[in-house]
Design a protein around this ligand. Sequence first.
Ligand SMILES: C[S@@+](CC[C@H](N)C(=O)[O-])C[C@H]1O[C@@H](n2cnc3c(N)ncnc32)[C@H](O)[C@@H]1O
Length: 279
Amino acid sequence: MTSTNDPADLDSLELGLLLEGLHRRHGFDLRDYSRASLSRRIERFKQQEGIASTLGLLERALREGDLWERLLRELTIHTTSMFRDPTFFLAFREKVVPLIRTYPFIRIWVAGCSTGEELYSTAIILHEEGLLDRCRLYATDLNEEVVSQAKTGVFPVSSMKESTGSYQAAGGQRPFSEYYTVRDELAILSPALSRTTIFAAHNLVSDASFNEFQMIFIRNVMIYFNRSLQDRVLRLVHGSLCRLGFVCLGRRESMRFSPHEECYEEFVPGEKLYRKVRE
Ligand SMILES: C[S@@+](CC[C@H](N)C(=O)[O-])C[C@H]1O[C@@H](n2cnc3c(N)ncnc32)[C@H](O)[C@@H]1O
């Protein structure tokens, strides 16, 4: 039997117990998320909540539903913005849209959609290119709260104003304000933009695929996963994508060294926009 007094080992053991408990109690499996990022966030959360130890946090998170909700929100990072990485959206508009226009069905999955900015940016481009009505979009995230927020299509007007430059850099030529009305510092996006979207909770770690797609956005989601979890999720993505379909990853993510690397070509180099060329 081995035991340790090394504080780093004990911290790691406590963190493992917390993640195991959350998995068993709430069904959310964060055990293969990057430990460094989780540790930082858990420390911050403990400070905010005035909880002295990780085991103390576990005890409360098992019993208090609202504390667990706050913890989940802290651990799953929701940072996003409209037309994030505008050159990516420009490449989508100029290089991908002309091809998907020729497809008989266009199903697009925005996985890890957070509060919806990526979904609405995509919808605006599809609308401007005359394709939105022919597309079915699926916007999913493991966190139900952000999915509900995404569904409302309501954002702070300040953030919409900040995104105007990104919209233009992504090839937008209309006044960006054409897409929303303003009430009490809130921008309410035109409901027409989400008319063909289904919003749903979906966990990429534990839920199965639910359709075959021509395009999958999964941007800035896997940066928080360790390598084996990235591989698992990429297998799900691969199995959900039609041949010649497109996958979009975030700036700091890559298909390199993934289980299906040889099945993809880099469709727009530098934009993490890949096309499935083999099964
Ligand atoms: C940093 S945000 C990225 C948002 C958007 N895709 C973008 O690039 O702007 C990451 C999102 O992934 C979601 N996420 C994390 N783990 C997930 C999982 N296992 N299944 C589905 N979504 C997950 C988080 O809840 C969060 O909303």
